[in-house]
Design a protein around this ligand. Structure first.
Ligand SMILES: [Zn+2]
Length: 406
């Protein structure tokens, strides 16, 4: 009787710790799944004047985000209100240049382990029309990048990360990168520890549905390494996207100001050198009907995956129990992801077996640090069937089964 009770208590404890670990630290595929295309589209429609929005108790249509246009400030109000709705306290970074006031919008997600070291996910929110009296909807340039950041901020609100994330929305990019210049100049002067800057600018145009995108890097600080990380994150988590590295990359957006001030920065955008050079930017025809929605959705997922992996999902002590998660997706067709947490740094193996116990593949065989790990499994030569994957670190062993359907 007592034995049964002990078993029951152990079972409940295990169940609770599993539930707890999932709420604290979801896997990257689970997070990516939360990127909601309806939210992305709504942000773009509002920011490009296709849909009205209530700002300061008045229904407003944002026809232009061009500096000096009254709707520009309405757009800033909408962005601040959205950050607040998602639980952040946005800060305005104001300064004067040219004929008026410029206003960057910053929302911080503080890191648990290294609060003073930050990664910046950024995009410019101003727009421009080469014919100044016409509306400047700027749907692709750059409501698309802004929408991806707002969605990442929403999803990450209650997810703990080791490093601080700053969601930065720059003003006056179209004037000559004024907003980002102001920020980068001050950051360099104050010896800010910026680990990396990810700049999103125009992430929705893909006319031939090639799902190609560019990672723009150059030899400043660790920008090349940062670009290579994004390349591998894309290949690991966003199957249908095809990254291309442009080195030297474009200098035509806000990341350049971080390069100039000695920071690591990467610009992610359309494959403009490979058939996706957007013909509508800086005209009133830059509207959402030009979008490839699937590409826009994928790019927004990539932005979230990138900033989450760079800032390192925080694995608290209780989650550092040895734990092997169910692979995702399961059943799967050609690729799946296996996540697990390790309690300490030690020699670790993850091996795939078929149902009669034959070793099919060695997925991991090395010393690994404690914390959350992911293995991306791609199979092309295996037949349909049930497979067992077995994780071992010292005395800890755990197995689960997965179903491959071809
Ligand atoms: Zn732009």
């Amino acid at each position: 009787m007592r034995k049964k009770l002990r078993k029951l208590i152990t079972f409940i404890f295990c169940l609770l710790s599993v539930l707890y670990s999932q709420t604290v630290s979801p896997s990257i595929p689970e997070l990516i799944d939360q990127v909601n295309i309806d939210n992305l589209i709504r942000h773009v429609r509002i920011l490009s004047g296709e849909e009205s929005v209530r700002i300061n108790r008045v229904n407003t249509i944002i026809t232009s985000r061009q500096l000096g246009h009254p709707d520009h400030d309405m757009a800033a109000e909408y962005l601040k209100a959205t950050f607040k709705e998602y639980g952040y306290s946005p800060v305005e970074q104001q300064f004067y240049r040219g004929t008026g006031e410029i206003c960057n919008l910053l929302a911080a997600h503080p890191g648990k382990q290294y609060p003073n070291q930050k990664y910046i996910l950024c995009a410019h929110y101003d727009s421009i029309n080469l014919f100044p009296n016409q509306p400047a909807p700027g749907a692709d340039d750059n409501a698309s990048g802004i929408a991806a950041i707002l969605e990442a901020a929403r999803i990450l609100k209650n997810i703990e990360t080791d490093y601080t994330i700053v969601f930065a929305l720059w003003d006056a990019e179209e004037k000559g990168l004024w907003g980002s210049e102001h920020y980068a100049f001050n950051a360099a002067r104050d010896n800010d520890t910026i680990q990396g800057v990810i700049n999103l600018d125009m992430i929705a145009y893909d006319p031939d549905d090639k799902q190609l995108f560019s990672i723009n890097i150059d030899d400043f600080a660790n920008s090349i390494d940062l670009g290579n990380s994004i390349y591998s994150i894309s290949n690991t988590y966003i199957d249908s996207l095809q990254p291309i590295i442009y080195n030297p990359g474009s200098t035509q957006s806000d990341h350049r100001k971080f390069w100039e001030h000695g920071f690591s920065a990467v610009f992610i955008g359309e494959a403009f050198r490979d058939g996706a050079d957007y013909p509508f930017n800086h005209y009133s025809t830059d509207t959402i009907d030009k979008f490839n929605i699937k590409f826009f959705h994928n790019m927004s997922k990539l932005a979230l995956a990138t900033i989450t992996i760079l800032a390192n999902i925080h694995v608290s002590d209780i989650v550092n129990d040895f734990f092997l998660e169910q692979n995702y997706p399961n059943p799967f067709n050609s690729s799946t992801v296996i996540c697990y947490t390790l309690p300490h740094s030690s020699f670790t193996t993850l091996i795939l077996y078929n149902l009669i116990g034959e070793k099919v593949s060695t997925l991991v065989q090395k010393v690994q640090p404690p914390g959350l790990h992911q293995v991306h499994l791609k199979v092309s030569d295996l037949p349909t069937g049930v497979y067992i994957y077995r994780l071992q670190q010292k005395e800890n062993i755990s197995s689960r089964s997965m179903l491959l359907i071809k």
